[in-house]
Design a protein around this ligand. Structure first.
Ligand code: KIV
Length: 273
């Protein structure tokens, strides 16, 4: 009799229980090969709408669609079995009404099998968080620097630098907690604010350019692996330089091709002449 070990994915309640126990390690992934490599070491993988900028070379995240998200999220879910998988809600797919948000989130989850969604927004979006959570959709809120607000913020700028805006961001996070969010991403906020929000909330905070006091960290995978060229945010430490290795490997491949060093069919498939 063969014994199959049932792979067990980290659930949203498990992620929540890590608060105060251990830090949550999270990265983005947009594709099957990366997700497969990241899965075992991580607690959470986010299919961020940063896919638009990182994978499609777009200047911002605004044109990314629900269908694109569903396809990328499905690829990530298919190739993982351990990390909790969260998919971003694309711009324009949830801001109009809680009902619109539910339809978009339900489509992304049904098409991909992801465990929950992330949405950007302050106090005004908390009603949408509540609507989704009450209907069975786990929500990770995203406050502080919100890339989908690039046009109202006038660029990708650190937030919460005045007492007034720091207080507003704290209230944004509290509102999402009260609405049932399972966690809050804090992006681009000062260290003291990240610490204050983390100490105030009962749910985990996941920082990106925030504070080491946060309950976890998420970064864009390409930024820490040397795959983002010179567009690496200051807070993203580079853990490897895969970019240089790819360049060298491709150069070697191209040279071999030009030298006529192709593998022969009979060596590959055991084809007899
Ligand atoms: O879109 C994204 O990748 C994100 C994170 C990096 C938090 O929102």
């Amino acid at each position: 009799m063969s014994v199959h070990r049932q792979a067990k994915r980290i659930s949203v309640p498990q992620l929540m229980a890590y608060k105060g126990e251990r830090k949550i390690a999270a990265l983005t992934s947009y594709s099957a090969p990366f997700a497969r490599l990241l899965d075992e070491a991580l607690d959470m993988i986010l299919i961020g709408d940063s896919t638009a900028m990182v994978a499609y070379g777009l200047p911002d995240t605004l044109s990314f669609t629900v269908e694109q998200m569903a396809a990328h999220a499905a690829a990530v879910v298919r190739s993982t079995e351990h990390a909790c998988i969260i998919a971003d809600m694309p711009f324009g797919s949830y801001q109009q009404s809680p009902q619109q948000a539910f339809a978009s989130a339900a489509h992304i989850l049904a098409a991909s099998g992801a465990d929950g969604v992330k949405l950007e927004g302050g106090v005004t979006m908390a009603e949408t968080t509540r609507f989704l959570v009450e209907r069975g959709i786990p929500v990770l809120a995203h406050v502080g620097l919100m890339p989908q607000y690039v046009n109202t913020m006038g660029g990708f700028k650190a937030q919460g630098m005045t007492d007034e805006s720091a207080e507003r961001i704290l209230q944004d996070a509290i509102a999402h907690q009260h609405a049932g969010a399972f966690g809050v991403v804090l992006e681009g906020v000062a260290e003291a604010l990240g610490r204050r929000i983390t100490e105030t909330l009962d749910i985990p905070t996941i920082g990106i350019g925030a504070s080491p006091a946060c309950d976890g960290q998420i970064l864009v995978t390409e930024d820490i692996l040397g795959l983002s060229g010179d567009r690496i945010p200051k807070f993203a430490r580079q853990f490897a330089d895969i970019g240089s290795q790819i360049r060298l490997a491709v150069e070697q491949y191209a040279n071999e091709v030009r030298d006529g060093e192709f593998p022969r069919l009979e060596n590959c498939f055991g084809v007899k002449k």
